[in-house]
Design a protein around this ligand. Structure first.
Ligand code: ADP
Length: 218
């Protein structure tokens, strides 16, 4: 369903979010204080606005309160990012997601009501580290401090076995959410579905259990 989203701050992060949302068919208002950044995004947004997003009156006159979702991607200007977040929450936007530069910034953003705080460099760094750590892990998503979802390439040891044969649920306390065979994705696989070598298993579980599964499967 088409959503109305306001993206504030059109640096590398904000512009990439804006372009991707545009390609997914959503309606975007893109705001930045820098007119060059605004110009560069013209063809990727329904409205592009050269404005200071810490100015509550400007946000009001732009009708930002009618948007359901805001992404605040003001980089290192902590004061501007916090003020803008506060203003958007006061205007009543249900979803305000904000990019933070560090943990301190993240804590302040939560205090002023940010619904989600993203630290792109930190999150990407963790994912890359897991790819480096194991050739078998092709993607990694943190769900919480303890739980994650990994994409694990099935080894020869896993080939021609069902999920029951591998005992993933009981022995490792992990859940296989899907099995990918090339472009085909089997969501919610049955316990007797057969796994072939190089299939990709999307598995959710405790990080320690996922590590055990990964080591056992090599
Ligand atoms: P990135 O690391 O994602 O490239 P940047 O720090 O380069 O982030 O970009 C942040 C963007 O936010 C810049 O384009 C800057 O002009 C914009 N910006 C900073 N303050 C404001 C503000 N008060 N209102 C709107 N945009 C802002």
């Amino acid at each position: 369903m088409k959503k109305q989203i306001v993206v504030i701050g059109l640096g590398r992060f904000g512009s990439s979010v804006c372009k991707e949302l545009h390609s997914l068919g959503h309606e975007i208002m893109a705001i930045d204080t820098n007119p060059d950044k605004v110009d560069a995004l013209r063809e990727y947004a329904s409205f592009t606005v050269n404005a200071d997003a810490t100015d509550g009156n400007q946000l009001k006159s732009l009708g930002v309160r009618n948007f359901e979702h805001a992404i605040v991607a003001i980089g290192d200007d902590l004061q501007a990012s916090v003020l803008c977040t506060l203003m958007l929450k006061e205007l009543g936007l249900p979803k305000v997601w904000v990019k933070a530069r560090d943990l301190q910034h993240e804590k302040i953003l939560h205090k002023v009501g940010a619904d989600r705080v993203i630290q792109p460099e930190k999150e990407m760094g963790i994912r890359v580290a897991h790819h480096v750590d194991s050739d078998k892990i092709v993607d990694y998503i943190d769900l919480s401090h303890d739980y994650s979802i990994i994409e694990l390439v099935a080894s020869g040891k896993m080939a021609n076995k069902t999920l029951v044969d591998m005992n993933i649920r009981k022995e490792f306390n992990c859940i296989v959410l899907a099995i990918k065979k090339h472009e085909e994705v089997n969501i919610a696989p049955a316990i007797d579905d057969m796994v072939a070598q190089d299939d990709v298993l999307i598995v959710m579980g405790h990080k320690d259990d996922l590590k055990r599964l990964e080591e056992k499967s090599l």
